[in-house]
Design a protein around this ligand. Structure first.
Ligand code: NAD
Length: 323
């Protein structure tokens, strides 16, 4: 059996090699993403293990994929919106994903950013750059166990986030479109408006859908506490970026931790001179009470290992069962 792995990054290589050795399955490692242009690299394989985002191609791509004897597209992350599922079904191609590779990784990054903002590390860094060792009355902090943390979205990542904040003694309230009984011991269920109005830290964990697109906008910022910290580890599009900038500039909220930005597709996984990045990025990045990270909340050794192992297992198990 042979599997072609596309979009392979250096951090993944040891895990691919170990899995290959343990399963006695050849895994061809390809740095380029899967596309019409790179499909031939998978000749002789049973399937491909891919990472999003990959622009796969039109109907002809899926026909050729099947004609080459390829049977599986094993996505080694959660999102499969870049795969044309109807075209796969038509051509007998089986698609799998890894719905949860390490929710804890993302939850921990959200918590890390929230605590850094709560204790005003960015602002203190700016003070230290000026040799200011006096007590600044504006920079007094709060302690987490005195605070209310509000979660919007209580799935894999929201649930882990709730557990972390509860372990620190915070009151955790949450709004999710359905009641998740498994988190009752750590959260109080409430509605969207209560999360917005009562939370000292608001952490977003829903997917980006038409219903959640721009769900945090001008009106929500107006209703938040002026001491509130917004954490978005989910998708940039959940937040109206101009409204966020206005809210920060006018002191409507105290800070923001952002692992994803609405327009990140323009610069995703690229190194770009800062003055060529969009103006909203530059404005946010210059604020000491804002933390921006490049969509790396997932990026831990545990998560990368799970993505590779589960992504390959999904293909392997189907092929073994078939034979
Ligand atoms: P999940 O599917 O387990 O949970 C999502 C939750 O949101 C579900 O409980 C669902 O009921 C709820 N939800 C959906 N629409 C809603 C709405 N309109 N109102 C209220 N609740 C709603 O997903 P997850 O694994 O917890 O991931 C959440 C999101 O995190 C993903 O969609 C993705 O955008 C993001 N993510 C980010 C990274 C990163 O590295 N920054 C990595 C993985 C996932």
């Amino acid at each position: 059996m042979k599997i072609a792995a596309y979009s392979v990054v250096p951090a993944e290589k040891p895990y691919f090699k170990r899995w290959s050795k343990e399963h006695q399955v050849e895994v061809k490692l390809i740095a380029a993403p899967l596309s019409q242009a790179t499909l031939d690299e998978a000749a002789g394989c049973v399937g491909v293990c891919v990472q999003q985002p990959s622009a796969l191609g039109d109907a002809a791509f899926y026909r050729r994929f099947a004609q080459m004897g390829l049977k599986y597209i094993g996505v080694r992350s959660a999102g499969i919106d870049f795969v044309d599922l109807a075209a796969c079904q038509k051509n007998g191609i089986k698609v799998t994903n890894v719905p949860a590779y390490s929710p804890r990784a993302i939850a921990e990054m959200g918590l890390t950013q929230a605590l850094a903002l709560l204790r005003r590390l960015g602002e203190y860094r700016a003070e230290m750059a000026q040799g200011k060792f006096s007590l600044n009355p504006r920079l007094i902090s709060n302690e987490i166990y005195k605070l209310t943390v509000g979660l919007i979205g209580l799935g894999h990542i929201g649930g882990e986030t709730a557990r972390l904040y509860r372990a620190l003694g915070a009151r955790v309230i949450a709004y999710n479109r359905s009641h998740k009984i498994q988190y009752e011991s750590v959260v109080e269920y409430t509605d969207f408006a209560t999360v917005i109005a009562q939370s000292d830290i608001i952490s977003l964990h829903t997917p980006l859908t038409p219903a959640t697109n721009g769900m945090i906008g001008e009106e929500e910022f107006r209703k938040m506490k002026d001491s509130a910290i917004l954490i978005n580890m989910s998708r940039g599009g959940l937040v109206d970026t101009p409204a966020l900038i206005t809210a920060l500039q006018h002191g409507q909220i105290a800070g923001a931790g952002l692992d994803t930005l609405a327009n990140e597709a323009e610069f995703f996984r690229k190194d770009v001179p800062v003055d060529q990045l969009p103006a909203d990025y530059q404005t946010l990045a210059a604020m000491p009470n804002v933390i921006i990270t490049p969509h790396i909340a997932f990026y831990t050794a545990t998560a990368v290992k799970n993505m590779v192992n589960i992504g390959l297992d999904n293909i392997y198990r189907q092929e073994i069962k078939k034979n």
